[in-house]
Ligand binder design. Structure first.
Ligand SMILES: [Zn+2]
Ligand SMILES: [Zn+2]
Length: 152
């Protein structure tokens, strides 16, 4: 499945999204969003921090964590549930799920058929669900094709 390309948000659109959550577009928030978008894919806060440092932007690791949390709340960044371990983030607003490949360790985006949260319902007896992100575990298409080629 092709990864949905993160939309190129203008500063104004980014500022709007943050303002709806009662936040301002600060320099670190803009820098963290741009770094995540430019890296592409699913990235940890540490990877974003390293990319910023490599580009000469000096921000603390804590600033990166806080900015990611703010961008997540503003809906311009998604958290990719990939099981235990480091939290992964990606730029973009499209709600989707993930396939974790046990062969190559890759993470593939899987479109959500419903396209909005929550796409699974929680029995009311448990409370109210705000999201339900599915982790598919298995083998990605690339690896399956590789296995098939080897068998021939
Ligand atoms: Zn794979
Ligand atoms: Zn994703």
């Amino acid at each position: 499945m092709d990864a949905p390309r993160p939309e190129r948000l203008t500063d104004a659109a980014l500022a709007d999204a943050l303002r709806r959550g009662g936040l301002r577009l600060t320099r670190p928030r803009r820098a963290v969003h741009a770094a995540l978008r430019d890296l592409g894919g699913h990235r940890s806060a540490d990877e974003v921090h390293a990319a910023l440092a490599a580009a000469g932007t000096r921000v603390s690791r804590m600033t990166v964590y806080n900015a990611l949390a703010d961008l997540l709340r503003a809906g311009v960044v998604q958290r990719a549930d990939a099981g235990p371990g480091r939290a992964l983030f990606e730029a973009g607003a499209a709600w989707h799920h993930h396939l974790l490949c046990r062969t190559c360790g890759g993470i593939e985006d899987v479109p959500c058929v419903r396209g909005r949260r929550p796409c699974l319902s929680l029995p009311a007896a448990f409370g109210r669900a705000e999201e339900a992100q599915v982790i598919f575990r298995g083998v990605c298409r690339r690896c399956l094709e590789g296995e098939r080629r080897k068998r021939r």
